[in-house]
Design a protein around this ligand. Sequence first.
Ligand code: G6P
Length: 365
Amino acid sequence: ARVDKAGYKHFMAKEIAEQPQVLSDALNAYLTEEGIALPDPGIDFAKIDRLTMVACGTAYYACLTAKYWFEQLAGLPVEVDIASEFRYREPPVLPGTAALFVSQSGETADTLAALRYCADKADKIFSVVNVPNSSIARESDLALPIHAGVEIGVASTKAFTCQLNVLLLLALKAAEARGRLTPEARDEILKGLRALPGTFNAALDRDEVIAGVARKLAEARDILFLGRGLMYPLALEGALKLKEISYIHAEAYASGELKHGPIALIDKHVPVVVMAPKDALFEKTVSNMQEVMARGGKVCLVTDAEGAAAAGQDVWRVVQMPTVPDVLAPILYALPAQLLAYHTAIAKGTDVDQPRNLAKSVTVE
Ligand code: G6P
């Protein structure tokens, strides 16, 4: 089908704005009144010992996020690797391993090679893809489509949130099988998931505020992203998005690593974007923000209402997101990360949909 910009200036803007709809489609595909309706994985999650996840780029950050979910919700140990490292390191894949490959296109050469390496070693080969008849999907025992629809913008947006959505459902399924999640905890997460399209719609209202922050970020040469726990992979994704399309050097660190290096970079010229809903780790992140501010660094805090109230006066900018269960925060906070990158690129006048030197799908090494 022909895809046009539907009145948006860029495919990226359209694909960001489409997220309430595609998330709703994906949830309709995988969530019924009774609960999670994923196809039978053909494997007992209670009987596997570990999950190995492999991907490139944004899909790799989706895997890193999912590691927290599989480990915390399902008690399943997870190894995550970049496909180009994994395939040449030729790591041992022991019996009891399920291998999971995440790829928007389903055609990324390194990810496909990693899958083929695992084919005769892993108990089961899963994939999470956007293109159901792609090579990666065809060579998997089970391919779960993310239902994001065609993604044209080179910088992945809606595919990322839809990957997270399916990975979370899979982690919940594993948690169920492993008897790790109380029905109450599960229902709370499912309730939050069902509400997520509406929450995304509400969060899209922050567009103006984020554009205002972005006009300032556009003046920076370097930008630091910080996050803890589930927000750490998201900080990585936020930095990747920003450098891909605005060409500003951006780096992400786990907040706790700040004092082990990146704090040396902080001065008034280096804005620091902190992704931190008011979860169990928030207070620790507040200390990290204070360390940044004490050195003249400008903090943009992306948080919820409680976090905004607790953040203190010295924070340079606050982007306030709707409140969601902690587990869902990485899906929702992908939106401000995308909008920050988008508006910064617009302020810089770069080609948002076709950034220099990048390809949508890397099918050769
Ligand atoms: C390219 C794209 C990225 C994408 C990565 C992995 O680098 O520019 O946006 O995340 O490939 O692609 P895949 O199709 O495997 O998700």
